[in-house]
Design a protein around this ligand. Structure first.
Ligand SMILES: Cc1ncc(COP(=O)(O)O)c(C=O)c1O
Length: 482
């Protein structure tokens, strides 16, 4: 915690050095407002200095108004009125596009999603306001009490059985008949897709993906030493079967990865007939299909759309999903129904990650059994449908003429195509400098496409978000008209 070696500069009084060390820890957030700093005795032992020196150091910190003494209790960090700071300009590295690669930009974008100082207009994360936070917390607490030992031990792959039963039951809604033994619990959907890629491909292999495509998967493909063949996709049909057929005829493709329902970023929904064609085309060539259906439960219609997996007759479709878009992204509970790749994915999971955390598996199982998941889904689908429509209206009313956008029938993501010449990366940086985060289109391709596109998220709609969208529109106008 405390770096004793830093103390020992003979030119400065010891107490000042101790005070500076503690001040540094407060500044960095190791000790926050209202928290107790180490006791005088602890610090004297840690720094190997006298009690008197630490007392002098603490007096100095009191004078600097950084800490305060509380009788019978110790010293505490004083609460400070938050500084007014330029949210992003502080980090100048963020605003130099020329030096930034797509992979750096992905990292920045992911970090922006967690930066509370920014208005998150791009992140595909459900807003906490719409999640059953209290109910989940209560369930988690009671499950930890009820399953004292089970919550502490490894829930080895394929995972906690009660959860797998619930997932298998819900899979019927996506047209999938699976036994609990055919479900593999993973740490989120991302891990399911990672295991699927590992199980089906070797370094140097080529994967057919939709284009535009979720940037994290593109990065993962590159990171695994695989190549992505980007196949055009449309909002109404998803991946183009015709283009995929052509690609298969002219390339050696080891697997195909698609987001079948309300894809990211197009919100594309493959009609059932197209899903069947896709499965048959790939199975006919012995190519596995990795299907990400993470948004499937978020349909605006009455019925949830089916899955490509429902047409799988040969065990070649690896179905992947999670509760990250509907319940709790931080729980990291996802799953795969992997057909003939199940055993290999279980082996890989055990080797690379041992098991998904037990407490969240227990809580999720109980929530699915008793927590009113369907009721919750109905509520958030209505909210997202309304938010998407309001955001689309605001974009239409404030972006330059010639702007087009998707009209998804589920999920909460909008893909906006601005007029040619309206550079999405410039817009991203300008927006960031004004405290707004978006996701620029070029992240959704490894081959430099989508320079004038952005992804927006309508997981929340309120006055601030509306003003943010209008600000983006203004900036986009500026980019066109100089
Ligand atoms: C299509 C898609 N798959 C997977 C994920 C991440 O899933 P998880 O948090 O369950 O790993 C996202 C998150 O944005 C996504 O959009």
């Amino acid at each position: 915690m405390v770096n004793a070696e830093k103390i020992g500069d003979s030119r400065r009084p010891l107490y000042e050095q101790v005070a500076d060390e503690i001040a540094g820890l407060i500044e960095q957030g190791t000790f926050r407002s209202g928290e107790r700093v180490p006791s005088i005795r602890q610090l004297s032992r840690r720094f190997d200095v006298s009690i008197n020196t630490v007392m002098q150091a603490y007096t100095l910190l009191e004078d600097r108004r950084l800490i305060e003494a509380r009788p019978q209790s110790g010293y505490y960090v004083r609460s400070r009125v938050p500084e007014i700071r330029e949210p992003v300009l502080v980090n100048r590295a963020v605003i130099r596009p020329a030096e930034v690669t797509i992979s750096d930009l992905c990292q920045q974008v992911m970090r922006n999603m967690m930066n509370r100082e920014l208005l998150p207009l791009g992140s595909a994360i459900p807003h906490m306001q719409h999640l059953p936070v209290d109910r989940l917390n209560r369930i988690m607490a009671s499950e930890l009490r009820r399953c004292r030992e089970q919550s502490l031990t490894y829930q080895m792959p394929p995972g906690y059985e009660r959860l797998r039963v619930q997932i298998a039951r819900r899979a019927i809604m996506a047209g999938i008949s699976a036994s609990p033994g055919e479900v593999l619990v993973t740490s989120g959907c991302v891990e399911a897709v990672l295991l699927a890629l590992r199980a089906t491909c070797r370094t140097g292999d080529t994967i057919a993906v939709e284009s535009p495509f979720y940037f994290n998967f593109l990065q993962m493909i590159a990171e695994l030493g695989l190549k992505a063949l980007e196949i055009p996709s449309t909002p109404r049909e998803g991946i183009s079967i015709e283009a995929l057929r052509y690609a298969i005829e002219h390339n050696r493709i080891s697997a195909c990865l698609v987001i079948s329902n309300f894809g990211n970023p197009l919100g594309s929904l493959m009609p059932d007939g197209r899903k069947r064609e896709l499965v048959e085309l790939l199975a006919g060539r012995g190519i596995p299909l990795i299907e990400d259906d993470i948004y499937g439960d978020l349909s605006f219609g009455k019925e949830r759309p089916g899955s490509a997996k429902s047409f799988d007759r040969s065990g070649m479709v690896i179905y992947c999903s999670s509760f990250s878009k509907t319940l709790a992204p931080g729980y990291r509970v996802g799953w795969a129904i992997a057909g003939r790749y199940q055993a290999e994915m279980e082996r890989l999971k055990m080797m690379m990650n041992v098991a998904t955390a037990a407490p969240t598996q227990l809580a999720m199982a109980e929530f699915l059994a008793t927590g009113g998941y369907d009721h919750h889904l109905r509520a958030i689908r209505r909210i997202h449908a309304r938010n998407i429509s309001q955001m689309a209206d605001a974009v239409a009313g404030s972006f330059p003429a010639g702007t087009r956008m998707t009209r998804p029938e589920g999920g909460f993501i909008l893909w906006v195509e601005m007029p040619e010449g309206c550079d999405a990366i410039s817009l991203y940086h300008q927006a960031l400098a004004r405290g707004i985060s978006i996701v620029p289109g070029p992240l959704f391709s490894l081959s430099g496409k989508y320079r004038n596109h952005i992804r927006l998220s309508a997981s929340l709609w309120d006055e601030r978000v509306e003003q943010g969208v209008r600000k983006l529109g203004e900036l986009a106008h500026g980019l066109i008209h100089g």
